[in-house]
Design a protein around this ligand. Structure first.
Ligand SMILES: [Zn+2]
Length: 297
């Protein structure tokens, strides 16, 4: 097994090697596809060997954005969670958080679906697929009971989890997040390979942190909404490298998720929402203003 630890624009890529065929879990963001392909050709990667299968934990742009490029290069089948298949069939840009969240992915065709409860042998290890809704309602995580390794996608990171929709937008999301954390706690995992950040062994501490964050979100929808918009803007900034300050008001007026959340939660003039978001990112040291631009800090 080799984990290519990436950043916040591209998810980690987990390569499970076997003489029976190599399997890759998650493909990164579309902008990083050339880098993903280059990593796969390193000695820790496939190094010229074929790829037998590409699997996705869920279908957000930073996990499936390299699917089309990998499919074109390796001609391998793509397997994705059953719950994501209808969204990919319809290329539902809203639910997949693509154009709706100012993100993009090249469209691809999948070949297989993975259902919760199935066990697959990848890299000579048995991986049980477990339903992990919340951040993404169709997500799966993969658990190897023998070594107690969990490939968690965005359901659990060392310091939180992927953004969750506030209850007025999707009433299922936060209860599902709590249930998924509960399910993960019951696995007694020894090591977690998250979708972002390095693999970690402090699973109990990560769960404690994640439960606390869930409780804070449950207590305050506005906080959940604010968090989601900050995550979306940080992502856009990593994607574009810089955003023009004088275009920010138009940006939050144009992109669906800002527009919808603003109408429901904040009711600010677009320029005020943009100013608030930028100052929040500056406070969090995620961004800074440089001349006429907002840039990653
Ligand atoms: Zn995600």
């Amino acid at each position: 097994m080799h984990v290519f630890v990436r950043d916040w624009l591209s998810s980690n890529n987990v390569l499970l090697k076997s003489r029976a065929g190599h399997v890759l879990i998650d493909s990164g963001y579309s902008r990083h596809a050339p880098l993903t392909l280059a990593l796969l050709e390193t000695p820790q990667g496939l190094h010229g060997a074929p790829l037998a299968r590409l699997v996705n934990t869920h279908c957000h742009s930073d996990h499936m954005g390299g699917n089309a490029a990998i499919q074109a290069r390796y001609r391998c089948p793509i397997a994705l969670p059953e719950g994501e298949a209808p969204l990919i069939d319809a290329w539902d840009e809203r639910t997949l958080l693509l154009a709706y969240a100012d993100q993009s992915a090249e469209r691809f065709a999948y070949d297989e679906v993975i259902r919760a409860g199935e066990t697959h042998v990848w890299g000579d290890l048995e991986w049980r697929a477990l339903s992990a809704p919340g951040h993404d309602m169709g997500a799966l995580v993969f658990f190897n009971p023998e070594h107690r390794i969990l490939v968690s996608g965005d359901a659990l990171w060392a310091d939180g989890f992927g953004l969750v929709m506030p209850s007025e937008i999707d009433p299922r999301a936060l209860p599902a997040t709590r249930d998924t954390l509960q399910m993960i706690a019951g696995l007694d995992a020894r090591v977690v390979i998250p979708g972002h950040g390095a693999p970690f062994a402090g699973v109990a501490a990560a769960l404690e942190h994640a439960f606390a964050r869930t409780a804070a979100f449950e207590a305050d929808s506005l906080r959940t909404a604010r968090h989601a918009l900050k995550v979306i803007l940080s992502f856009a900034l990593l994607d574009r490298r810089r955003l023009p300050l004088d275009g920010m008001a138009a940006h939050v007026e144009r992109v669906g998720i800002y527009r919808d959340f603003n109408a429901r939660y904040f009711r600010l003039a677009p320029s005020d929402l943009a100013e608030w978001l930028m100052s929040e990112l500056e406070k969090a040291r995620a961004a800074r203003r440089e001349g006429d631009w907002l840039v990653p800090a």
